[in-house]
Ligand binder design. Structure first.
Ligand SMILES: Cc1cc2nc3c(=O)[nH]c(=O)nc-3n(C[C@H](O)[C@H](O)[C@H](O)COP(=O)(O)OP(=O)(O)OC[C@H]3O[C@@H](n4cnc5c(N)ncnc54)[C@H](O)[C@@H]3O)c2cc1C
Length: 500
């Protein structure tokens, strides 16, 4: 690989890296974006449940290990756009209370080193960049906003509209999901049934490639694909990153820059910092606090399928409704979390985890079920951590905290759905491999002794390294993370020295 140089070098083209690259390029900064993967091809298999969920066509081939040394295939995607290429494009803001300390039954969710008000203008900007559709006035927990959603909410299909009525009838307050798709009179979204978990074959999903990388290329960004960063190397002072060691199909090379942005995803960013240890940074780069890799979180999540045996579910685009009634308070002054409709789950997708159940039976279930994500906060714990051994093997050790909250939310969800007319609820609890909401491995904070990054995501230990992926999250909250990652990346570019 030829040696490269840029004013700012960004590692990783997912939500954080691509959004930062776009904001930098729009300011006229010379940016080089290094991505280990290639562009995900547009092809028939994009929409095939078998190719995507059974053959795992777009997943990374990596094997990681859990805390007991058991191997698993992680839910990560090494392509331009990162995990957003397959994400569900559900793009809510965190709630205002998420930025303060919140008492849970199993501990305290720590305060962030900046407030909702600090991030609010960048949420608004991120919603424009990622074409978010939504509405206000329905969700009892929605935070205040300085501008309306840039696009109207996605319409519910009749089955979902009826479901919303049923939920209202039993006292709940269902609200429209905030969704990032190119829908509208001139939009390209066709409201297919393969948005959530699949790549978009028509390029209508607001992923980081479509909404950030491609527009940034038009502003002068340089993108190098197949560029796997192996080490981040500091200079002799130990205070500045000097260069990156990068591996590509054509060999190893060096990339130099004035400033560096790490955004390889929460697990890979921590692994890269730890693997970049030197004499000046013996515990790993930017790790004088010992916090790099610790506080690994991924939400306490479950998918549930609620079955009404008397009614077929004929919805195509299902992901338009949420229930946040117990997000901040489940009735005893403690938060529970959110439940959100997800994309339709067919029998092939169900079979990928309900392996013992005959396909024909799963087909009957799938035709009569409506599927939800039931998501509660995963509390940070220093023992839950990412480590990397001398051979580069990654371990994510985790004993989930907040499980009693998650179980309580799950019970509430089941009771609500039964009251709304459903006969049975089936549950798939997420395991360590379903780490799509990974975060927290290089937390932002005010105190260099207890955090890795400052409130603008610059490493306390280095003068020219920023980390803008989900690593910076001091807490996971209980909302989908991607819009918050994008908003903070925009804030970092606008308010720190990164662009100057
Ligand atoms: C199936 C699925 C559904 C999801 N649905 C939603 C949703 O509806 N809403 C939501 O908010 N979130 C959702 N998420 C989560 C969301 O996609 C992530 O939170 C978000 O993409 C994380 O952004 P990031 O910048 O931290 O990392 P990523 O987006 O994962 O980007 C990391 C990038 O770094 C690259 N990289 C890694 N290591 C290196 C290296 N050493 N050198 C060079 N490049 C490297 C990777 O290839 C990748 O492109 C979903 C995720 C999945 C998998």
């Amino acid at each position: 690989m030829e040696d490269l140089q840029a004013e700012v070098v960004v590692i990783g083209s997912g939500m954080g890296g691509a959004t930062a690259a776009l904001a930098l390029a729009r300011r006229g900064v010379d940016v080089l974006l290094l991505e280990r993967g290639a562009r995900l091809p547009r092809e028939l298999e994009n929409w095939s449940p078998r190719a995507v969920f059974v053959q795992r066509r777009y997943k990374a081939a990596d094997i990681w290990y859990d805390g007991r040394g058991r191997p698993f295939a992680p839910g990560v995607h090494y392509v331009v756009g990162g995990n957003t290429k397959v994400y569900g494009a559900s793009l809510p803001r965190l709630r205002e209370s998420d930025f303060g300390a919140v008492e849970h039954h199993e501990g305290t969710s720590p305060a962030w080193p900046f407030s909702y008000a600090d991030l609010e203008p960048y949420y608004a900007e991120a919603e424009r960049v990622y074409k978010v559709h939504g509405t206000t006035g329905e969700d009892p927990t929605e935070p205040w906003r300085s501008a309306p959603y840039p696009h109207p909410p996605l319409e519910h299909e009749p089955y979902v509209a009826d479901l919303a009525e049923r939920l209202r009838g039993v006292g709940a307050h269902p609200s429209s999901n905030a969704m990032g798709v190119d829908r509208g009179p001139a939009g390209t979204c066709i409201r297919c049934g393969t948005c959530d978990g699949f790549p978009c074959r028509v390029g209508a999903k607001s992923d980081a490639e479509t909404c950030a990388v491609d527009p940034a290329l038009a502003e002068g960004l340089r993108l190098a694909t197949g560029a796997l960063v192996r080490r981040i190397v500091p200079d002799a002072t130990g205070r500045r990153v000097d260069h990156l060691v990068v591996e590509s199909p054509s060999g190893q090379g060096v990339v130099r820059g004035g400033r560096f942005v790490l955004s390889a995803g929460a697990v890979n960013s921590a692994a890269l910092l730890l693997a970049s240890r030197t004499d000046s940074h013996p515990a790993g780069l930017a790790n004088s606090s010992g916090q790099v890799g610790r506080n690994f979180m991924m939400h306490n999540n479950a998918h549930i399928a609620a079955v009404d045996v008397d009614r077929l579910n004929d919805v195509t685009f299902q992901k338009t409704l949420s229930v946040n009634d117990w997000y901040a308070d489940g009735g005893d002054d403690h938060p529970l979390g959110t439940m959100q409709l997800i994309g339709r789950v067919d029998e092939v997708m169900m079979k990928s985890w309900a392996k013992a159940v005959p396909l024909a039976l799963l087909r009957q279930v799938a035709r009569r079920s409506v599927e939800w994500l039931v998501m509660a906060e995963d509390l940070p714990d220093r023992q839950n951590r990412v480590t990397v051994d001398a051979r580069g093997r990654i371990t994510t050790a985790r004993v989930a905290r907040g499980r009693s909250t998650h179980r309580a939310l799950h019970r509430r969800a089941k009771t609500l759905l039964r009251a709304a007319g459903y006969d049975a609820v089936f549950t798939q609890w997420f395991d360590i491999a379903m780490n799509s909401h990974q975060c927290g491995t290089a937390v932002a904070g005010l105190d260099p002794a207890t955090s890795v990054l400052d409130p603008w995501c610059k490493a306390h230990d280095l003068d020219n390294l920023w980390v803008v992926d989900a690593s910076f999250f001091p807490s996971s909250a209980a909302m989908n993370p991607a819009l918050t990652i994008a908003a903070q990346a925009l804030r970092v570019v606008a308010e720190s020295d990164l662009a100057s």
